[in-house]
Design a protein around this ligand. Structure first.
Ligand code: SAM
Length: 223
């Protein structure tokens, strides 16, 4: 896949800030109200509620992924909802189905989900609570007609070992040709290696997204 115009997508992402920041404030209110520990994501680091500016390019990539979305999209690891929000900002007013898997153990996850669900009326949301090793696998088995219908899967839950392997395998089943698999925390050799393994099969190519840091992610595209 030819790399997209990195500068143009960053400029376009910045143009969403007035709207984005209204959502960020509402998510922050839900997080504060829960009084629970903040698990870092595409906006905050662990335990913090001020933006990690090193994540700007990751945010722009997630926004771009949302722009590519058609039909069905998925996320494993919703947390505070920031990566979901960034993809949703990119989707515009397209009609989409958004399938989300998360433990939903943090006090803010369901309120943040309910907030986004109330604001993005063009999207039909499904939140599946529990360990994705089981829930994602069962969902894929029970929804076999949805195989090869997803345009984006963002994997950001339990990013290690058998859970990551399982999440990537299920994402691969769901993704259609041209679909994007996004894997977070690729600073770790085992995680980046798992992404390399998918590229080595020849079924995926590097999507040519903007370089990311702290922590980086990788985006691959199904051939
Ligand atoms: C780092 S947070 C996600 C951040 C979010 N993607 C963002 O950028 O805003 C990780 C989330 O994954 C969830 N999680 C961790 N292990 C999981 C598992 N085995 N199954 C499902 N969700 C899991 C946690 O509950 C947490 O909400």
């Amino acid at each position: 896949m030819a790399a997209f115009d990195h500068q143009a997508i960053q400029d376009e992402y910045v143009s969403t800030f007035p709207v984005r920041d209204l959502h960020i404030d509402e998510l922050k209110n839900a997080i504060l109200y829960s009084n629970d520990f903040v698990e870092g994501g595409a906006f905050y680091n662990n335990g913090q509620l001020h933006e990690n500016l090193c994540q700007f390019t990751k945010q722009a990539n997630l926004y771009w992924a949302g722009k590519q979305a058609t039909g069905n999209i998925c996320e494993v690891g919703f947390g505070t909802g920031h990566s979901s929000l960034l993809m949703l900002l990119g989707t515009g007013d397209k009609a989409l189905n958004f399938t989300i898997f998360d433990l939903v153990e943090r006090g803010y996850s369901r309120p943040c989900f309910t907030y986004l669900e109330s604001k993005f009326k063009n999207v039909s949301f499904e939140l599946v609570a529990g360990d994705s090793f089981t829930t994602f696998t069962e969902w894929v088995q029970n929804n076999s007609a949805k195989a090869a219908t997803y345009s984006v899967v963002n994997i950001d839950g339990m990013q290690r070992g058998h859970v990551l392997e399982s999440d990537m395998r299920n994402a691969d089943i769901l993704l259609k040709s041209g679909g994007l698999m996004i894997v977070n925390h690729t600073q770790y050799g085992d995680i980046s290696g798992a992404v390399d393994d998918y590229v080595a099969t020849g079924k995926y190519t590097d999507a040519g997204v903007i370089r990311t840091w702290d922590p980086p992610h990788r985006v691959i595209q199904k051939v």
